[in-house]
Design a protein around this ligand. Structure first.
Ligand SMILES: N[C@@H](CCC[C@H](N)C(=O)O)C(=O)O
Length: 289
């Protein structure tokens, strides 16, 4: 393929992967040359009509401190600190494609180095358990301008509507709203307003959660920078923490998301959250084709 100036356009191999339906375009930065302008690449490949289609772009890069480094960009081109479903896919890609020698993989992210353990099926990674680290609960860590030591069952005014929220950072910011029914009105109407609410200076991911029992919840997510997604791993981890903090759920839960289930545990012993779920490779191709 040639550009309007007659130059040969550089082609980049990508792999489409998903974790519980949260789908991203993955690029192996060990072998592929990446353009300088990553936010516009993220917007272009994520486009579901004119691009590959996905919730964003994830780069798998060499690291000085871990087996691999992950950088993740939302569909609007903004870069986020962490991605729970993404890190499971990074671990699968790294092991299956020989970038990491063992099924225990350390991944450098903007939220720190995290360790994940992969379960193999026919020699390939099937499910991944990630040590998501300790939740951060103080308002400056989230960050939010809401007051108090922690933001638990706190009322936020959204255009005159009172919303009760619990806020948790899993390296990226989350606002958990427990509801009787996670309707379109809430997810698609309230979600974008909370995402950009003035009390969240860096924006926020919003989880609408129905509690089915003390060990089971159903979640719909409005993600910062990507809109509604079919699953959110950092969000599911935040929900596990928020359920305990508000006395609604136990420390170990099963979370049903649109695209699949995630298992979560907030350990009473070391205070860390562990998330287990699937990682799937869908297809590979070249960009631009
Ligand atoms: N889907 C992800 C989270 C991706 C980043 C998020 N939209 C943000 O901007 O913080 C997950 O599985 O955790």
């Amino acid at each position: 393929m040639t550009t309007p100036t007659g130059c040969e356009a550089k082609r980049m191999r990508f792999t489409k992967m998903h974790g519980a339906g949260n789908d991203y375009v993955y690029v192996n930065g060990f072998s592929e040359q990446l353009p300088d302008e990553l936010p516009s690449l993220a917007r272009a490949v994520s486009d579901r009509r004119f691009g590959v289609g996905g919730d964003g772009l994830i780069l798998i890069l060499p690291s000085d401190t871990a087996d691999v480094r992950m950088r993740m960009f939302n569909a609007d081109g903004s870069e986020a600190e962490m991605c729970g479903n993404g890190i499971r896919c990074v671990v699968k890609y790294a092991y299956d494609h020989g970038l990491a020698p063992q099924p225990v993989v350390r991944v450098e992210t903007l939220a720190g180095v995290l360790t994940a353990e992969a379960a193999l099926h026919d020699g390939k990674v099937d499910r991944v358990r990630v040590d998501m680290g300790e939740p951060r609960l103080s308002p400056p860590q989230i960050p939010t301008t809401l007051g108090g030591e922690q933001v638990i069952n706190t009322t936020i005014d959204v255009d005159g509507r009172s919303v009760e929220a619990t806020c948790v950072s899993m390296g990226n910011p989350h606002c958990v709203v427990f509801v009787d029914s996670a309707t379109d009105d809430l997810v698609l109407g309230l979600g974008p307003k909370l995402e950009k609410h003035a009390v969240f200076p860096e924006g926020v991911n919003v989880e609408f959660v129905e509690v089915l029992s003390p060990t089971e919840v159903r979640q719909r997510t409005w993600e910062r920078g990507s809109g509604e997604t079919w699953a959110c791993g950092t969000g599911a981890s935040a929900v596990c923490v928020a359920g305990v903090l508000t006395g609604r759920t136990e420390r170990r839960i099963l979370n049903h998301l649109i695209g699949g289930d995630l298992e979560l545990e907030w350990s009473a012993g070391d205070g860390r959250v562990r998330m287990t779920g699937p990682a799937v490779e869908v297809f590979s191709g070249e960009w631009p084709s």
